[in-house]
Design a protein around this ligand. Structure first.
Ligand code: ATR
Length: 275
């Protein structure tokens, strides 16, 4: 077995993950001796895998679908933001075998938005969110942290949006899916956190007539990079930010903790991951 520091991404399925490309690019770019691989792990093997990895030279891991929630039960230490979100995507294996869990999805979302729309002011008005799944939870926590005054959620299954309001309090309100267009009129920021518009998934069919020019609009879908949702927003005169940067930025804190170098997210990084 080699002694070089190793990290991986754990999920199922995992073959489409871009994380190995991203981290391997960074390792090469900074001349760091290390390795980052993809590991397909089923739910019943999750604990055993996590207990075994440190003895095989692994210093940490990213966690993706479907293990982001269940991995929390095996962590010895959990950051406040991961607790608040109820899921973890970044693990650090301590030398004594303990597992430290963090969630960097909200950080990745925010860093992408700030990079793609440098003049965006979170405090300038409400944020409107399509969707109420795991990604929406991480994004709500990040938006609230950044000082967004009001967060309006619309989800096909309304009770899931109501559950987020119950968790996150008075700053959050819910609009019916068939009336989602209404939440756009007053929004300063609009975010699609659903899978609608993703290659192979259903189209985004909700009316976007309420969108106002200059609104910052972003999509967490990045296949395709320019989703129909972003195209429609651009036609309305909005400032659009694609979702690839969220994936790239969420990898930054993990890479820094594991390999001791804070990596850049720039055009070269985007090209390396897309190439
Ligand atoms: P993630 O962790 O990526 O957020 P998720 O937790 O499965 O994934 O959430 C997926 C989101 O996409 C949900 O808000 C889901 O809406 P429901 O709660 O009604 O299922 C939304 N979504 C998926 N397919 C959809 C569709 N065809 N129409 C509308 N919303 C959809």
């Amino acid at each position: 077995m080699t002694n070089i520091p190793r990290a991986c991404v754990i999920g199922n399925p995992i073959s489409h993950s871009l994380s190995p490309k991203l981290h391997t690019y960074w390792l090469n770019r900074y001349g760091i001796e290390g390795e980052y691989t993809a590991l397909q792990v089923t739910e019943d093997k999750l604990e055993e895998t996590l207990r075994r990895l440190p003895s095989q030279g692994f210093i940490g891991a990213n966690v993706t679908i479907p293990h982001k929630v269940s991995v929390m039960q095996f962590a010895d230490q959990i950051t406040d933001r991961a607790t608040l979100i109820g899921a973890a995507n970044t693990l650090i294996f301590k030398e004594d075998g303990r597992i430290f869990a963090d969630n960097t999805d909200g950080y990745g979302f925010m860093a992408n938005l700030r990079q793609g729309a440098p003049d965006w002011d979170p405090k300038a008005g409400p944020a409107a969110i399509f969707g109420a799944g795991g990604a929406a939870r991480a994004i709500i926590v990040a938006l609230a942290d950044a000082g967004v005054p009001q967060i309006i959620i619309s989800n096909r299954t309304r009770p899931k949006a109501e559950a987020l309001r119950a968790d996150f309090g008075a700053r959050v309100s819910v609009v019916d899916w068939v009336q989602a267009d209404k939440m756009l009129e007053e929004a300063n920021t609009v975010i699609n956190t659903t899978s609608l518009g993703m290659a192979g998934a259903q189209e985004f069919k909700v009316s976007l007539n309420g969108l106002q020019p200059k609104t910052v609009v972003t999509d967490i879908v990045y296949t395709p990079l320019r989703t129909p949702f972003l195209d429609a927003a651009e036609k309305k005169g909005c400032i659009t930010v694609d979702g690839l940067g969220m994936l790239l930025h969420q990898g930054v804190p993990g890479f820094e903790r594991w390999f001791g170098q804070r990596p850049e997210v720039d055009e070269a990084t985007r090209r390396a991951v897309l190439g």
